[in-house]
Design a protein around this ligand. Structure first.
Ligand code: DAK
Length: 257
């Protein structure tokens, strides 16, 4: 899997590694990604995942345009299924996922960042949905997730013009959580990951599931979902420990169950 570098640890680092093509996503890479995400999903030793791009130019410059230009309609359909499976696998990981955006996050690259929970970007990052310039539209969730994150007005501008925005604008528009210098990107991502890894894993999992419901459900169903998720967190050993530790004025020791 040369196109992916996975450093397994409690705070794991996944690097998309096709720097010569600005880390564009082609079918073999996406297939590898699907397999890797499945194994991470079932690996309880990994508590937080950071995703970044190899090199100093790109996070992911989108789906591989050269590969797409050669595809038949049937292959295009298979590619579509694969893209959706990978984005869903990212979004459905029960652990927090942080995108560390080190350069271009375009098309499928921005969609990948938006399938993560938190986004930290370096001052070299550029964001956009330039599919319109290929007579395409965002195909891995961009038309839905972008307006959800930054509102209809700005999402329409990005998707219909295909223009890119810089990291400062992305911060102002609420597309990213934090903007740092290039050297500080991975250290800051690790700091944030360490903060999350110090929380109860069971509570984080329920918080993530309930936050996702705010995107996929009507408000009434979402509020009911929140009640169930709250109930599950409440039934955990960590909830007993967390509330007890507060009363006893000490730090909690999580069991993550
Ligand atoms: N695909 C393939 N190769 C790419 C690429 C891409 N998306 N982006 C860059 N490259 C390659 C370039 O071809 C070049 O290769 P060589 O010529 O050196 O072999 C190398 O990376 C360096 O790029 P440039 O020479 O172009 O570098 P510049 O600094 O001049 O320009 C750029 C950087 C990022 C502005 C430019 O490379 C660019 O505009 N790239 C394309 C960005 C783009 O349009 N991205 C959106 C792609 S469409 C789907 C789901 C999702 C999608 C599709 C289907 N289904 C569910 C079906 C997603 C679609 C997309 O993402």
């Amino acid at each position: 899997m040369e196109d992916l570098i996975f450093e397994k640890a409690e705070i794991a680092l996944l690097t998309i590694n096709r720097p010569k093509a600005l880390n564009a996503l082609n079918p073999p890479l996406l297939n590898n990604l699907a397999g890797l995400l499945l194994s991470i999903r079932h690996d309880h030793a990994v508590r937080v995942l950071i995703v970044t791009g190899a090199g100093d130019r790109a996070f992911v410059a989108g789906a591989d345009i050269a590969a797409m230009s050669e595809m038949t309609s049937v292959e295009g359909l298979e590619f579509s299924n694969l893209c959706h499976r990978v984005m869903a696998a990212f979004e459905d990981l029960p652990i927090p996922v942080i995108a560390a955006v080190n350069g271009f996050a375009l098309g499928g690259g921005l969609e990948l960042a938006m399938a993560c929970d938190l986004v930290i970007a370096s001052d070299k990052a550029r964001f956009g949905q330039p599919e319109i310039n290929l007579a395409l539209i965002p195909g891995a969730g961009g038309t839905q997730r972008l307006p959800h994150r930054i509102g209809q007005v700005r999402a329409r501008e990005l998707i219909m013009t295909g223009d890119m925005i810089d990291a400062k604008t992305a911060l102002e528009w609420g597309l990213i959580n934090k903007l740092v210098g290039a050297e500080q990107l991975l250290p800051e991502a690790r700091n944030l990951a360490a903060k999350l890894a110090a929380k109860s894993g069971v509570a984080l999992r329920q918080a993530k599931a309930a936050l996702r419901a705010s995107f996929t459900m009507e408000e009434d169903a979402g509020l009911r979902f929140e009640q169930s998720a709250f109930g599950l967190a409440f039934a955990s050993a960590d909830r007993i420990e967390g509330t007890k530790a507060f009363v006893e004025k000490r730090d909690p020791k999580w069991q993550h169950r």
